[in-house]
Design a protein around this ligand. Structure first.
Ligand SMILES: Nc1nc2c(c(=O)[nH]1)N[C@H]1C(S)=C(S)[C@@H](COP(=O)(O)OP(=O)(O)OC[C@H]3O[C@@H](n4cnc5c(N)ncnc54)[C@H](O)[C@@H]3O)O[C@H]1N2
Ligand code: MOO
Length: 424
């Protein structure tokens, strides 16, 4: 029987292939991907990236004994017992401001005005805050005694030279970047952000901001998917709409490959006769198309293209299906390329307010609203199911995951939930 004769599909279209479960497809994708090669990047460019070396401190922090207060450096023995009734008077022999060290030592029986962060002179073993004095410039009256060593931040009390500051694989956040800068690092060996090219296909699509005909719709997917990619840590190139002409699609794709670590398309992968993505990439022979046992997001394609074997994800065109597919398949892929674990968003347990039914043998992702209150984590499914309902999608902040073997969920029971828009 030729492809022309296969019942249940348009003539000339390829028969449907089963791609297995969601887990099978995730496994298929992750096994084809490698983390991107790290390189030395400027500190701020490394925010959110994973470091690819154990970072050992070349220096102590603090780098030298310094004052924690604006006040007076003193010999502790000189001020023991100072009180309002029995103040201690000391001659002020100089001043040290942060970054302006002129005095390196002082003698007992004297004091030096000192500012926060300035090096404590040799011979001083406490700092008296200015509030405990009369603020004198020539002579100071001290009416409260510090304890020995008080208000001195000791060299190395935070970090010693040779301490491992960050281990290989640590994701760099603001605090880690602050630490690296503190020990003088200007660059860090980190994995780059994947460059993700996002393309929409469909003759009916129009760019937002342009006029809309009676049979056309605005391209929502390229914005949504580019935003998802960026939120996952990628650099995105939103190409936007490419027509349903196979030559246009093929040439746009080949032009884009030079700047892509990953390509994401939407539309044109189901059973229609103008499914340009499927047509062009089936000819390439390196992309597999078929159906994953899930809802929404059933029609999927994944493979590699071009000389550099750039991974390509061909997501279904329905916006909700595209969104869920990106969350379930592309987010783990981006994280794998970035060397970020876990690859998959960890589900949380929540009580569902309403019951729901689900098709046997498919994993269902139900749009929902998740909240945590004093009673714990709750989730409310959004009633409608249609994969075109972007209004409902925007109202959701979570996806309830109904496993393949569950066909009915009772209200008031626990369900697994992917809480969206959260870092993990
Ligand atoms: N006979 C069958 N028809 C369909 C099946 C099936 O099994 N048998 N599967 C349905 C499912 S499920 C999905 S999902 C869609 C996937 O179709 P395609 O990936 O080929 O996507 P298109 O046909 O191009 O578009 C589907 C739908 O989405 C709208 N769309 C597409 N791109 C965008 C965009 N960038 N922004 C906003 N909306 C977009 C498009 O206008 C269509 O309404 O196939 C079902 N059909
Ligand atoms: O599976 Mo389609 O992706 O549900 O609407």
């Amino acid at each position: 029987m030729s492809a022309e004769d296969v019942p249940g599909q348009f003539p000339g279209t390829a028969p449907t292939v089963a791609l297995g479960t969601v887990d099978d497809h995730v496994e298929r994708i992750l096994s084809r991907l490698e983390p991107l090669q790290p390189y030395e990047q400027q500190l701020l460019d490394s925010l959110g990236l994973s470091v690819c070396e154990d970072i050992v401190s070349p220096m102590a922090l603090p780098a030298f004994d310094n004052s924690a207060m604006d006040g007076y450096a003193v010999c502790f023995a000189d001020v023991v017992g100072a009180s309002r009734d029995q103040p201690v008077y000391l001659p002020v022999v100089g001043e040290i401001a942060a970054g302006q060290t002129k005095i390196f030592a002082m003698s007992p029986g004297t004091t030096v005005r000192i500012m926060t962060g300035a090096p404590v002179p040799y011979g001083a073993d406490a700092v008296v805050p200015v509030e405990w004095t009369d603020g004198g410039e020539v002579q100071v009256r001290i009416h409260r005694a510090p304890t020995e060593g008080q208000h001195i931040r000791r060299k190395g009390e935070d970090v010693e030279p040779g301490d491992v500051l960050l281990e290989d694989g640590t994701v760099l956040g603001p605090r880690q970047l602050g630490l690296l800068a503190s020990v003088g690092r200007a660059q860090v060996l980190s994995r780059p952000r994947p460059r993700v090219v996002v393309i929409s296909t469909g003759a009916e699509l129009r760019e937002p901001g342009s006029p809309l005909g009676p049979d056309s719709i605005y391209d929502a997917n390229s914005y949504m998917l580019a935003a998802q990619a960026r939120a996952a840590g990628a650099i995105t190139y939103r190409v936007g709409i490419v027509s349903d002409d196979p030559d246009d699609f093929a040439s746009t794709l080949s032009d884009q490959l030079v700047r892509a670590d990953m390509v994401v398309t939407s539309g044109g992968v189901s059973k229609g006769q103008y499914d340009v993505v499927k047509d062009v990439l089936t000819r390439a022979g390196t992309v597999e198309f078929g159906e994953v046992a899930m809802q929404p997001g059933k029609p999927q394609g994944f493979g590699v293209i071009g000389e550099d074997a750039v991974p390509i994800f061909t997501l279904p065109g329905n916006p909700v299906s595209a969104y869920v597919s990106f969350e379930v398949f592309c987010v783990p892929a981006i994280r794998r390329m970035m060397g970020r674990t876990p690859y998959l968003r960890p589900p949380v347990r929540a009580l569902t307010s309403h019951g729901m039914s689900s098709p046997a043998g498919k994993r269902q992702f139900v749009r929902a609203q998740f909240e945590v209150d004093r009673g714990g984590a709750h989730v409310t499914p959004i009633a409608a199911h249609g994969s075109h309902l972007v209004g409902d999608l925007s109202d959701a902040n979570a996806l309830i995951v109904v496993p393949e073997d569950v066909t009915s969920v009772a209200p008031g029971t626990h369900v697994q939930v992917l809480v969206l828009d959260r870092d993990f």
